[in-house]
Write a protein that binds this ligand. Sequence first.
Ligand SMILES: O=C(O)C(=O)C[C@@H](O)[C@H](O)CO
Length: 333
Amino acid sequence: MEKFLIAIDAGTTNTRAALLDQEGKLIGLQKAAVGVRNTAIDGDNHKLREAVKGCIKALLTNRGLLMADLGGIVASGMITSNVGLVEVPHICAPADAKTLAENVRTITLPEVCDCPIWFIPGIKSAQGPIGLDNFEDMDIMRGEEVESVAVIAQLHRGEPMLLVLPGSHTKFVAVDRARQITGSLTTIAGELLSAITQDTILADAVGRQFVAPGDYDPELMAAGYKEAEKYGLGRAAFLGRILNQFAIKDKTKIANYILGTVIQGDVQAAEQWLKGRGTGHTVVCGTGTMSRALADALAMDGGFGEVAMFDGDGELPLSTMGALEILRQGNYI
Ligand SMILES: O=C(O)C(=O)C[C@@H](O)[C@H](O)CO
C-alpha cells in the first residue's frame, strides 16, 4: 500500500475502526459502543454517523495524520444495511473475495469525511421470489462474509469447509472446494441467551450472568445440550431452574447448563441445513465461551468433520484481514 488505510466494521451494537500503515501493520484501533441498533431505536443514523466520523478523526489525530495521508477507507458489516450509513444490496451466493471486490460501492459521505468510502456488500443465500414454500432457503449476512474471506485465505484446504461465527447472531457459513461462499445459516443464539439470562425466571438461577471464559464447564454445557436434544429448548431451559433448586446451587454451573440448551438448537439447525452439502472440516471463529461451547458441541455431535478454533493472526481483527484481501482482489490497494 502506498498510503495509510482505515478499515471500519460496524455491527448491530459496536463500531470498530482500524488504522493500517503502508506495510499493512495495525497502528491504531478505535471502538465506539454504537451500531445500527441505535439507528433502529432513534429512527435516524446520526449516532452511527458521528461514531464513524469520531473514530476516523481520532485515528488520524492520534498519529498526527491528515485525511490526505489516507489511501482509502473501507467499510463492512451492518453499516451497509437500511439502518446503516448507505444501503448496499446483498449480492447473491455463490461469491468469493473477487466477487465481493467487484461489487464494492465507492461513495463519498461529506457529513462523515471527505475521503470516499469503499463499502463491501453483504451476501444473501438465494434469489428469486421468496414465499412460504421456500423462505427457509434464504439467509443474509453483512460483515461475516468479510471475516469468512479472512479465514478462507488462511485455512482453506481445497475441500468444502464450514465456518462458524458465534455472536448475537450466530452464522454458519458454507464454503465449497473452490473457496466460494455458497450460503449461510443464521440463528439468534446470542440474543436468545441474553434474553433467557436477563429476562426470564432463569435469570435468578444463572445470577443474571453469562459464562465468563474462565468459568466454562463442558460437563454442564453438555448436560444442557442433551436435555434440549430430548425435550426442546423450553423444557430444557426450565430444567435449569429444577437443577438449581434441587441439585446445584452454583449459578455459574447453571449458566453453563443454559448455554448448552441454546447451543443445541444451533447444532441441530446446522445439521439440517448441511444435509447433502458435504462438510469437510469445520472452523469455529473466536475464543469466547460461546465459541468454545460450539466447538465442543459440534465435535460431540460428530457430523461436522474435524473441528478447529481460529482467532486470526493475533494482530489484525478478522474483519480487517478480510477487507484487505477483498481490496487486493479488486486492485484497490
Ligand atoms: O444483512 C442483514 O441485514 C442482516 O440483518 C444480517 C445480520 O444477521 C448480520 O449479518 C449481523 O452481523
